[in-house]
Design a protein around this ligand. Structure first.
Ligand code: EPU
Length: 487
């Protein structure tokens, strides 16, 4: 029998739908849904409940001009936080991005008994973690299903606590995403693995060094096993490793903690196991995918955008491709300036492991290709199903045909604003970019996907001239209409 929750208002005579008041549902206090008045770009009004506020409204046509600052790399911060499990001492991480996946990882560590202290004020991007008293070496399904990188705790937990219980992630919007290579590697290091009720259980009194040769290059697999091997008995040699900058950043942190790792950034990594690791302080590298997303947005809108606080060498393949498309790219040690005064030219891309063209930039590049003259082919080699954005771009006016793992984009077709759905993090970024050059207003639904990995993207883009609002904010009066400016 379905129970209907009893509602009872607290502290108000205004009736059960009064916005923001606490109400009791089956004895638990919770807040009534707040209904918010939203003013759209055309001046009309909309009222939406708070729980439907995860939408962006974008009015296209403004070139991006000015300087935009890149946050710390989510995909470097996540393994760095998992590395704190390896020691009883505090690990201090700076330049941690304020994004949803980081909150999920903090929750995961806290659920195991870790103490997590957040910086505040000017130090708001600093997190101190202390895993002295870990009591529950488990990553529950509820967390793993919302963030697959939770599996990064598997190796560190077995290495430090001798056991781990981690939910299997299952499939997701971009493909199957198995963790068989993490498991095979742990077995090579002497762990006993069992699988039951959707969970992997790994146990080893002490891991021992071994030779691991990955059948396929895996980023988090390389990171997971590198962490595990730091506390193993003897030497581990890992071959066919991922060479991403995030792998190097993790090795730098682990070495600061007392690990003995050489070769990170090449395909062979050697780890001499040590008996104990200590605390460390480390600054996370800038987010190369966020930087690349802004670079494409700048190029596409025909603006003059400086992407600051980034490392241009981390996205060399993307910058080269943009030059092939006719974009002017100038770099310093920590910034990229893109200007584009003429039409974009079509060019093909094929995603590869680092240092090839990143799969995490494929969707954003596709948005650019819709506005390039000629036919571009986008081939996705890393994930089996990473074209969810293509159909949404088609709804905005793009001409894209997907055939297996290849998409053919015929440009340039004008884009027009539409209601579109975000399906995953990078697909969402692609739709935001397309909306910036679409004629009229685009409403993006399910922007919680973008909040997983981009820190306040709407504020950053607004700072360089974009018209973008999160629904729920009161929008300024409609500004003079500007042409959809694609150079
Ligand atoms: N694979 C296996 N078995 C494994 C592991 C991976 O078959 O045990 C396969 C995958 O199915 C995929 C390929 O190997 O086909 C590469 O997957 P990889 O393991 O490298 O991906 P990941 O480590 O799960 C990281 C990033 C992703 C990024 C990929 C590829 C983090 C937290 N995530 O994922 O980032 O797309 O590498 O570069 O580092 C994102 O930020 O939007 C994102 C998805």
């Amino acid at each position: 029998m379905k129970m209907i929750p009893k509602r009872q208002n607290i502290g108000s005579a205004q009736g059960p739908t009064t916005p923001g008041l606490l109400e009791a549902v089956n004895g638990n206090l919770r807040r009534n849904p707040v209904r918010v008045r939203v003013l759209r770009f055309d001046g009309s009004q909309l009222t939406v409940p708070e729980n439907l506020m995860d939408k962006f409204v974008v009015r296209g046509g403004n070139p991006l001009i000015g300087s935009i600052r890149v946050s710390g790399a989510k995909n470097a911060a996540l393994p760095a936080m998992a590395a704190a499990i390896l020691t009883e001492e505090p690990v201090v991480l700076e330049n941690i991005p304020d994004v949803r996946d980081i909150q999920t990882e903090r929750n995961l560590l806290v659920s195991m008994g870790a103490e997590v202290e957040l910086g505040y004020g000017r130090a708001s991007h600093r997190t101190t973690m202390c895993c002295r008293n870990l009591v529950n070496p488990e990553a529950a399904y509820e967390l793993v299903k919302t963030m697959r990188a939770s599996t990064l705790v598997l190796g560190p937990l077995v290495a430090r606590m001798g056991r781990a219980r981690v939910s299997l992630p299952g499939g997701c919007a971009i493909g199957a995403r198995p963790i068989d290579l993490h498991i095979k590697g742990l077995e090579k290091l002497g762990a006993t693995i069992t699988q039951e009720h959707g969970y992997i259980e790994a146990a080893a009194e002490r891991l021992r060094g071994g030779n691991i040769s990955f059948d396929k290059i895996t980023v988090t697999g390389t990171e997971d096993l590198m962490m595990a091997a730091t506390l193993a008995d003897g030497e581990t040699v890992m071959e066919n490793c991922a060479r991403e900058p995030e792998v190097i950043d993790l090795a730098v942190l682990l070495n600061k903690m007392g690990a003995k790792i050489t070769g990170a950034g090449t395909s062979t990594i050697r780890i001499q196991g040590v008996s104990k690791l200590g605390g460390a302080k480390h600054r996370i590298i800038p987010d190369r995918i966020e930087a690349g997303t802004f670079v494409i947005a700048g190029a596409l809108t025909g603006g003059d955008l400086t992407v600051a606080n980034c490392d241009p060498t981390h996205i060399g393949s993307l910058l080269q491709k943009l030059e092939d498309c006719g974009v002017t790219v100038r770099t310093t040690q920590d910034s990229i300036r893109v200007t584009n005064g003429h039409r974009l030219k079509a060019s093909d891309i094929s995603t590869e492991e680092y240092p090839g063209f990143p799969t995490d930039m494929q969707a954003q590049y596709m948005a650019l290709a819709t506005q390039s003259e000629g036919t571009s082919t986008v081939t996705e080699n890393i994930f089996e199903n990473r074209f969810m954005h293509a159909q949404e771009l088609v709804r905005m006016g793009a001409n894209i045909k997907v055939e297996g793992h290849r998409a053919v984009i015929r440009g340039r077709t004008p884009l027009s604003g539409a209601a579109v759905q975000c399906s995953d993090l990078r697909a969402s970024a692609s739709l935001v970019i397309a909306a910036l050059v679409a004629e009229g207003e685009t409403i993006l639904d399910r922007v919680y996907h973008i909040d997983r990995g981009y820190e306040r993207i709407e504020e950053k883009l607004r700072g360089v001239g974009a018209q973008i609002k999160r629904l729920g904010e009161i929008l300024p009066k409609r500004s003079a209409a500007q042409p959809a400016g694609v150079a």
